[in-house]
Design a protein around this ligand. Structure first.
Ligand code: RFL
Ligand code: PHB
Length: 389
């Protein structure tokens, strides 16, 4: 098989890139290790920035999101039961859309099926070849047979544990990493959200987040020690601890129900530079990870692939290499801004097991600043709603 761009991974990065390339008349094939159902079963992000919404529009996959997504004009932060609402519309005249990553993925899969794009699910042993030569290609096995996909370029959209980043010689990449000493336990339930807006709450026992997928489906998270497993957390224990960490008025009106899904995710900041090595371009979690506290991971991925699609369109449409040559540098500015914001939100709102009273006072002072000066609230709003890509 031959194509212009071979895309590794059918998460949001790979699927969005595939559709953006299709809209620009650029042929592409996606190779995904898992089945389509498995990809859809991963419960992850919920908050879309304006530029992510624009990306889905350009990809022709925004119709259902516009119909069913919930516009959020602000967010609530709670620090040891003191509240502050950051009003995005008032501060910067913008909003975010709450619409689950699962639904984004489903819409992109449907758009791809409608345009006849090829996605090979359950492609095993994907290997990248000759990425620093003139004839890059990818091999994989499918249904027991080995296949070869020749291409001009490879887009590594295969997440943090994928094969693409690992195919770049180690001495070419510079990596930066911070692993946080806790994880997030997430619970999905068919219960109405406790509040219309998201609530990020800091409590001495740890962080809690009240998020949602619709007016009837909630997504809640609790900070837990890394040694905990899902089996340690019955639904009853989860709801009791969530109530404990929320201000009493919210705890009193929290509606609980059986969990549809529960999982624990570790928290990490990670960047590898550069995002290009000859014919290989990394995008999304393959190149960088943020802790979920700033709701930035999916949005960064969507920004990367919009840059990459623009760059390929310029290359194939105008014969210009400027976009592909500037890809990494262009993405990195936004990546580091999102890394900073996600790290800041994580430090502000979590209880650090090795933290002391001084750090606790610093967190309180930081929170007070958000309450006292509108500049601080504006800065948070700007970063949360999203910096331009
Ligand atoms: P993905 O989604 O990991 O997809 C990569 C795909 O590549 C496949 N793959 C391979 N395919 C072929 N061959 C190989 N060797 C392969 N290795 C891997 C995988 O099967 C997979 O299908 O990466 P992508 O596309 O870059 O998308 C990134 C986002 O998924 C991620 O950044 C977000 O989910 C992060 N995130 C959030 N982001 C936000 O913007 N807002 C949020 O509110 C938000 N909340 C979250 C989150 C992530 C979370 N977890 C579980 C880490 C909340 C949580 C709990
Ligand atoms: C989610 O709804 O899954 C979600 C929302 C906001 C975050 C992280 C996760 O910061």
């Amino acid at each position: 098989m031959k194509t212009q761009v071979a895309i590794i991974g059918a998460g949001p990065s790979g699927l969005l890139l595939g559709q953006l390339l299709y809209q620009n008349g650029i042929d592409n094939v996606i190779l995904e290790r898992k089945s389509g159902e498995y990809v859809l079963s991963r419960i992850r992000a919920g908050v879309l920035e304006h530029t992510t919404v624009q990306g889905l529009e350009k990809a022709g996959a925004a119709e259902r999101m516009h119909r069913e997504g919930l516009v959020h004009e602000g967010v609530e932060l709670v620090f040891n039961h003191q509240h502050i609402r950051v009003d995005f519309e008032k501060e910067i005249g913008k909003h975010v859309v709450v619409y689950g990553q699962t639904e984004v993925t489903r819409d992109l899969m449907d758009a791809r099926a409608a345009t006849g794009g090829i996605t090979v699910y359950e492609a095993q042993d994907v290997a990248l070849h000759d990425i620093d030569g003139n004839q890059p290609y990818v091999t994989y096995t499918h249904n027991g047979e080995t296949h070869r996909l020749d291409c001009d370029f490879i887009a590594g959209c295969d997440g943090f544990h994928g094969v693409s980043r690992q195919s770049i010689p180690a001495d070419v990449l510079k990596t930066y990493e911070r692993v946080y000493p806790f994880g997030w336990l997430g619970l999905l339930s068919d219960t109405p959200p406790v509040s219309e807006e998201l609530i990020y709450a800091k409590h001495p026992n740890g962080f809690a987040l009240c998020s949602q997928r619709s007016t009837t489906r909630s997504r809640y998270y609790l900070q837990v020690p890394l040694s905990d497993t899902v089996e340690d957390w019955s639904d009853e224990r989860f709801w009791a601890e969530l109530k404990n960490r929320l201000p009493p008025a919210y705890a009193a009106r929290l509606i609980t129900g059986p969990s549809l899904e529960k999982s624990i995710a570790p928290l990490r900041s990670f960047v590898s530079e550069p995002m290009r090595y000859h014919a290989l371009f990394l995008a999304g979690d393959a190149a960088h990870i943020v802790p979920p506290t700033g709701a930035k991971g999916l949005n960064l991925a969507a920004g990367d692939v919009q840059c990459l699609a623009d760059a390929f369109a310029d290359y194939y449409g105008n014969g210009s290499s400027a976009g592909i040559d500037g890809y990494s540098e262009r993405c990195m500015k936004r990546v580091w801004a999102a890394e900073r914001f996600s790290w800041y939100m994580t430090k502000l709102l979590h209880t650090f097991p090795d933290g002391d009273e001084f750090e606790e006072k610093m967190q309180q002072a930081e929170f007070n600043q958000l309450k006292l000066t509108e500049h601080a609230a504006k800065l948070l709003a700007e970063n949360y709603v999203g910096l331009p890509y």
